[in-house]
Design a protein around this ligand. Sequence first.
Ligand SMILES: C[S@@+](CC[C@H](N)C(=O)[O-])C[C@H]1O[C@@H](n2cnc3c(N)ncnc32)[C@H](O)[C@@H]1O
Length: 379
Amino acid sequence: MYNYQKTNRYFAQAADDIKDIAEEELLSFGAQKTSQAYRGIYFSANTKELYTINFHSCLINRVLAPLISFDCPSDELLYKRALQVNWEDFLHPSKTFAVFASVTNSSINHSKFASLRLKDAIVDYFRNRTGKRPSIDTREPDVWFNLHIENNEATISLDTSGGSLHRRGYRKQSIQAPMVETLAAAIINYSGWDGKSSLYDPFCGSGTLLCEAYMFASKTPASIFRKKFGFERLPDFNISLWKKIKEDAVEKIKPVKKGTITGSDISPDAVKASITNCKVIEKDNVIEIENKDVFDIDKIDGSTIICNPPYGIRIGKTDNLGDFYKRFGDFLKQRCKNSTAFIYFGDRKFIKNIGLKPSWKKPLSNGGLDGRLVKYELY
Ligand SMILES: C[S@@+](CC[C@H](N)C(=O)[O-])C[C@H]1O[C@@H](n2cnc3c(N)ncnc32)[C@H](O)[C@@H]1O
């Protein structure tokens, strides 16, 4: 029996600054005994909950199922102990795999070296038995293994998501500086938008916030387009349970009224990209997208405005982002009556230029950038 089978404990990797809502999300899918840790959350779940979390979560990056844990003071011991695992429980020599590793406060102090030793053990295991070996594929392997060594204790896990869940599969076209899907989902979550009233993104770019808003409003599972999950590689994979979870979820998808979600952008390329991406998730064109300079918008009344204005990239003749944010603040004040705005600042130095009193500010990083989500009530 592997550890996850004995304990029903898993680890959900999530960005540190959204762990509060990621934990709530896990609990809403039936997870129990959650406990926050560095870069993620430990939780207990049964098989149904594990599959459901992987299919529906829009905030977590992946769920790891621990297979074995052992004392690991040296790379020889790592190699020897890894050779004792029945790797054919998860992998066939004709398949591909990848190992990602992290090490903290241990004799093995290079994660690349640690992952190499585990890869060697897996390859040698098959080669010794069958004369054939599985290949390594670090982009889209059939199976992802995780190795974590902390204080000389190693844990080998299988990634039950099968690659990061932020890759939803709808981003067919991109632009410069698109937002990470899990961050966009977190922003929708923090806004408290109800999924029914109108939502407007006047800097929609490739449409990430629009797509995440639509998925939330329609109750579309975040990973509906994912072709395979890592849990399908577990020895106790229950295919009929998985089919049932998928069917039940698809039945619960509900229509979203045209005009609920609207976006615009000054760049024709961005508009093209967001139309293409939104078409992947909804065929009825209920998400309305226009090519428009934000300053040409007449008014946005009584809406939830959620957006990610440009930061640090050229925006036109003047390139003066300070003035740009001041004008945008005036636009919000004068033309967005009775709306609530949630502005994501990729660079927080522009918050002061907006000239509006924030209701709250929340630190949220975007690919290493120290951004802020700021709420403004507009009267
Ligand atoms: C940081 S990007 C938004 C990224 C978007 N959230 C995504 O995930 O793809 C900022 C966007 O603002 C647009 N933009 C810049 N100036 C604008 C203006 N005056 N009016 C409307 N859109 C503008 C850019 O074309 C760009 O697509």
